[in-house]
Design a binder for this molecule. Sequence first.
Ligand SMILES: Cc1cc2nc3c(=O)[nH]c(=O)nc-3n(C[C@H](O)[C@H](O)[C@H](O)COP(=O)(O)OP(=O)(O)OC[C@H]3O[C@@H](n4cnc5c(N)ncnc54)[C@H](O)[C@@H]3O)c2cc1C
Length: 501
Amino acid sequence: MNFDYIVVGTGPAGAVLAKTLSDNRKNSVLLLEAGENNDRDIPIRDSTTDLGNFFPQYFWQGVGVPQKCVNGKSFDWTTGRIAGGGSSINGMQYVRPTPHVLRHWEGLLGPLWSPVKATRSFMELENYNGKTNNPNIHGYNGRIDIRQAPEVAPAMSKKLVSAIEQATGFKTILDYNDPQTPLGPFNQWQLFQKPDGQRESASTAFLSPDIITPEGLGVGGRLLRVLFESTALRIIFNANRDAAGIEFLKEGKFVSAYARKKVIISAGINSAHLLMLSGIGPSGDLRQAGIPVVFDNPNVGKCLTNHPLNNATFTVKERDIPELFRDPCALYIGGAFLPNPLPNTSKEYRSVQLIGFLEDGLLSILIIYLHPESRGSVKIQNDDPLKIVLADEGFLVNPSDLEVIKGIYRNYIKNIAIRLSSIDQAYQLTSPTMDIIDDNAKLEDFRAYLSPPKRQSAPNSIICPRHPLWPRKHLSRSTHRIFAARLPAISCYIPICAGFL
Ligand SMILES: Cc1cc2nc3c(=O)[nH]c(=O)nc-3n(C[C@H](O)[C@H](O)[C@H](O)COP(=O)(O)OP(=O)(O)OC[C@H]3O[C@@H](n4cnc5c(N)ncnc54)[C@H](O)[C@@H]3O)c2cc1C
């Protein structure tokens, strides 16, 4: 098998690359995906399905190492193993990087990432279906459907957003992707969804029937071949140690494919693993794993950055609940982007993301600290290519992260709780209680109440009911497991998560 390019992984990175490369009808492209193409499965299309708890077949399975700074708990280490990768199982929130983040990336990566150029690229990608005060920063003809939802804010969302506004002093914003309004609370999320609320993934957007046939063959003269259920095992090198191809496993057989121009590894959290399996990585670790060293690169698998996740829970007014089901695919109940809550930090940049959602009849606020200083790593275990990496998320190893998280509770959550209950007494903070927030030791000790992530196998005969507004379950399988537990629950978030910056 010979191609110009071989791309590994059909997640957002691989799907876009394969489609873009094969837009040039002279380029032949092989795209490999370990998972199946499940774009037509109802659970994948239906944005409200509980994928995490009932559909393990869509995920890579793994558990991170016990986290010494989170009371020795381990957390699920998985993401999508399916056409579309993570975008077929994730929380669908469409959040562009802010100009502040893009300027930083521009410094690291060059002018293609300048705020102006990146905004233009986002506009080309999106087909925006929502409101904004700045129509010039959105695109209306791109391949990715973006739905701002719900159209009409329900009372619960209005109460929460108003409480955040009063507690933080930030005015409510209409479009958080508008570079002019990066901070503040809002009633509507922008979601990777079609106008009817069905999931839009990298696969539905870039490997759709106008791009490939159900058998994975390029249409309209496109020299693209997509092989599903094909797991890349290692990169093949030529005598000059240039990447020349990929060895992969298909239907129990080893297959080799060769690339005349480039081999592109876009396997998400498995990319570092694949490099190490191929002999690129820290030489000591590779030798220990029985892998011949091709390039000694001590940085492979290092600097893993993951968002800690925490939450706060409130009682609600029962009467406010039915209204949420008018648009179950809206999934969330308002949210906010806020700056670092600690004194002497910049108040101009996003540092905290709050996401409201309904969980077991309660209003939960999911808290994401967007700029953790802690770093983890992934390490190869042995030369078995199907063995999952040893992932150490390194949660809270840098003590400054815990300080910020405590600050979020003290400066944001506490004040939001006070304002929310004065707006409507039915809304009372239940977890963590105020006395915990007010006591430094108790707030830190609260980690002890975390329960380890439970693993569930999929019952064969289960009919997964529709559970509108249940992001906890929706997200729980892979990286968001913890916020079902008490507080401060720390979980991992996907390492490459530009959307949340
Ligand atoms: C639970 C969860 C919720 C999230 N929520 C959001 C959200 O709301 N909004 C947002 O913007 N982002 C969200 N993200 C992050 C987002 O999904 C990722 O940033 C994005 O999917 C990364 O894209 P990628 O192409 O780099 O990798 P991935 O999407 O991980 O794709 C990698 C692909 O490579 C395949 N692959 C891996 N190894 C091999 C191999 N050896 N051989 C062949 N194929 C292989 C995988 O099966 C997968 O399909 C979430 C992620 C998770 C896990």
